[in-house]
Design a protein around this ligand. Structure first.
Ligand code: T46
Length: 132
């Protein structure tokens, strides 16, 4: 599986760091939605779905968490712990998130509004769909 991390330019000086995210510039789509996960529990595993069309970019603003990405052929585990980079997640990739640090704030940029019909929440159905 081709894993794409996007490295952001960080404007850092003695006052701190600043990262700017812009539609179709350093973000490879038009941003229609932003959501973030926080107060996550270390032992909790979330996700367990793929999307039919949605493309997203996940950025850990604080702390860390792990992602397991599965395209139906290969499973890859990744650590997100750097607010200067984003993990690009295309459609038809099963994802699970876990090992959240206590202070984890995970922001996700999405190219569409929330639509439950875009979710594939059954793993067997996901495998059937990717093999079609
Ligand atoms: C994804 C991973 C990384 C909304 O009402 N609006 C929204 O924009 C989102 C994302 C969720 N919701 C509701 C739906 C559920 O009742 O919030 C609740 C929790 O959502 P979910 O169980 O889907 O959360 P995760 O952490 O399993 O998955 C989320 C995103 O849904 C998903 O697209 O890729 O984060």
């Amino acid at each position: 599986m081709d894993i794409k991390f996007i490295q952001f330019q960080s404007h850092g000086d003695e006052r701190g760091s600043l990262v700017s995210l812009e539609d179709n510039k350093n973000i490879p789509f038009t941003i229609r939605r932003v959501y973030y996960l926080f107060n996550t529990q270390e032992k909790t595993r979330r996700g367990f779905h793929a999307h039919k069309k949605l493309k997203q970019l996940a950025v850990v603003l604080k702390g860390s968490c792990r992602f397991m990405l599965d395209d139906g052929k290969e499973k890859i585990e990744l650590l997100l712990d750097n607010p200067e980079q984003g993990l690009y997640i295309e459609s038809f990739v099963w994802r699970e998130m876990y090992n959240f640090s206590e202070d984890c704030v995970l922001m996700v940029l999405a190219d569409s509004f929330y639509d439950e019909k875009d979710y594939v929440r059954d793993y067997n159905q996901f495998i059937e769909m990717v093999n079609e």
